[in-house]
Design a protein around this ligand. Structure first.
Ligand code: DSN
Length: 422
C-alpha cells in the first residue's frame, strides 16, 4: 500500500499497513477462483470505510433506541428500498452481520429449540447453517438432511419430498455452497407446501446472478430469501433477509432484538452502493458473463480429462472431483496456490475422504469476470489447472513457478476493481 493510498493508516500503524499492502498485491497478482469471493468496487470500499462506523443505531429506520439517526435512517432506508426493488420482494432486512447470523435469525423467527429443520447436507453441497450437526443449527434443532443423486450429482427432488413429508420440518432450506446447477425453487415450494414448512432460499452464492437475470429468482416461490452480500453480488461482507410482508415482523424481531445489537452502518452503506451497482445494465452483462465463463471453463476442464460433479455447471461454480487424478483436493489446492491460482479444497458428494482432506477442489468465475476475463481466456485457465495438478502429482515445483509467472502476466493486463492500478 502506498502511503498516498492510505496515508493515515501507514503513518499510525505501518506494520498493519504493510499487511494490507501485501494483500493488495496478492489479490492483484493471483487468479482468484474461490467461487464465494469477488472484488468490490472502489465505491463500495469507500462507503464501507466511512464515519457511519461511529454510530450506534439499534432498531430500524424511524424506530431507534439512540438519537442522532437523521443520516443513518436515510442510509438504511436506501439500502432496504434498493434490495426490495432489485429482488422484487415485499420486505428486506439489511442488518444481519453475515450469512450465518442471518440464517440463525430465520430459525429464531420460525422454530423452537428441538424442532425439526431440514436442509442440504454439508458434504453434499449445503451449508453448516442448514442444520449440519457441528453447527448450532444442527444441535439446537433436529436437523434432517437431503443430498444429491449418486448417479447424476443433481438434487434428488423425490427424496427431498419423501423426507419432508416424513419429517414435516418447521423450516426447509434450499441453496448451498457447492451446487453447480440451477435450483428448482418451484419444486421446493410445492414440497414445502405439502409438508407445511416455511421455505427459505439461501442464495448467498447466486444472489448476483439472480439480480442480473442469469439465474431464476426464488422471489415468487419461497417465504424467505437469505443472502450474503459479498459473493456474486459484489458488496461488502454482510447479509440480508428478504421476505413476504406476512413474515416481515417475525424476521425483523429475530434479527433485532432477537439476535443482534447495533447494525454495522458502514456495511449497510456499502450494501446500498453494491445494490445500486447491481441494478445497472453493466451488472446484467457481468452476471451473464460469469455464467458464460464458468460454462467455458467447465468445458475446457472436461476436455482435459477432469471429472466435474454433475458433469458441468449452470452457474458460477465448478466442483472438480480429483479422485481419478490420484491427487487429493488439499494437495491440488496447495499446489495451485503456489502457482498463483487461489481455490479451496472441498468435499465432493459421497466423498470417501475426510472434510479436512477431501477429494475435490471448488472453483468459480465471479472474480476473474470482475477483472474482465472472457470465455477466450478459459482454455488458458484450464491449462494452468491441468498443468498444476500434474505438477502436484510429480512434485514438480519449477513447473508451478512457471505457471505463477504466466498467471501474473495475464493478471497484470486485467486490473482488478478496487485495487491500485500499479
Ligand atoms: N464460506 C462460504 C463459501 O465459501 O461458500 C459459505 O458460507
Amino acid at each position: 500500500m502506498s502511503a498516498s493510498r492510505h496515508p493515515a493508516l501507514s503513518a499510525t500503524d505501518p506494520e498493519l499497513a504493510s499487511y494490507v499492502a501485501a494483500e493488495e498485491v496478492l489479490q492483484a497478482e493471483t487468479l482468484r477462483l474461490i467461487p464465494s469471493e469477488n472484488y468490490v468496487s472502489a465505491a463500495v470500499l469507500e462507503a464501507s470505510g466511512t464515519v457511519l462506523q461511529n454510530k450506534y443505531s439499534e432498531g430500524y429506520p424511524g424506530r431507534r433506541y439512540y438519537e442522532g439517526q437523521q443520516n443513518i435512517d436515510r442510509v438504511e432506508a436506501l439500502a432496504i428500498e434498493r434490495a426490495k426493488g432489485l429482488f422484487g420482494v415485499d420486505h428486506a432486512n439489511v442488518q444481519p452481520y453475515s450469512g450465518s447470523p442471518a440464517n440463525l435469525a430465520v430459525y429464531l423467527a420460525f422454530a423452537k429449540p428441538g424442532d425439526t429443520v431440514m436442509g442440504m447436507a454439508l458434504p453434499m453441497g449445503g451449508h453448516l447453517t442448514h442444520g449440519w450437526g457441528v453447527s448450532a443449527t444442527g444441535s439446537w434443532f433436529r436437523g434432517v438432511q437431503y443430498g444429491v443423486r449418486a448417479d447424476t450429482g443433481l438434487i434428488d427432488y423425490d427424496a427431498v419430498r419423501e423426507l419432508a413429508l416424513a419429517e414435516r420440518p418447521k423450516v426447509i432450506f434450499c441453496g448451498g455452497t457447492a451446487l453447480p446447477r440451477t435450483i428448482d425453487f418451484a419444486a421446493f415450494a410445492e414440497i414445502s407446501r405439502e409438508a407445511g414448512s416455511v421455505l427459505v432460499a439461501d442464495v448467498a452464492h447466486i444472489a448476483g446472478l439472480i439480480a442480473g437475470g442469469a439465474h431464476p429468482s426464488p422471489a415468487d416461490h419461497v417465504d424467505v430469501i437469505s443472502t450474503t452480500t459479498h459473493k456474486t453480488l459484489r458488496g461488502p461482507r454482510g447479509a440480508m433477509l428478504m421476505c413476504r410482508e406476512e413474515h416481515a415482523k417475525a424476521i425483523d424481531k429475530a434479527v433485532f432484538p432477537g439476535l443482534q445489537g447495533g447494525p454495522h452502518n458502514q456495511t449497510t452503506a456499502g450494501i446500498a452502493v453494491a445494490l445500486h451497482e447491481a441494478a445497472q445494465p453493466s451488472f446484467v452483462r457481468y452476471a451473464h458473463a460469469v455464467v458464460a465463463n464458468a460454462k467455458a471453463l467447465a468445458a475446457a476442464l472436461l476436455e482435459r480429462g477432469f471429472d466435474l460433479v454433475s458433469g458441468g455447471t449452470d452457474n458460477h461454480l465448478i466442483l472438480i472431483d480429483l479422485t481419478g487424478k490420484e491427487v487429493p483436493g488439499k494437495v491440488a489446492a496447495k499446489a495451485l496456490d503456489r502457482a498463483g491460482i487461489v481455490v479451496n479444497y472441498n468435499t465432493v458428494p459421497f466423498d470417501p475422504r475426510k472434510p479436512f482432506d477431501p477429494s475435490g477442489v471448488r472453483i468459480g468465475t465471479p472474480s476473474l469476470t470482475s477483472r474482465g476475463l472472457t470465455t477466450e481466456h478459459m482454455p488458458v485457465v484450464a491449462d494452468w489447472i491441468a498443468r498444476a495438478v500434474d505438477a502436484a502429482a510429480k512434485g514438480d515445483e519449477p513447473a508451478l513457478a512457471v505457471i505463477r509467472a504466466e498467471v501474473g502476466d495475464l493478471m497484470a493486463a486485467f486490473p482488478a476493481p478496487g485495487l491500485p492500478l500499479s
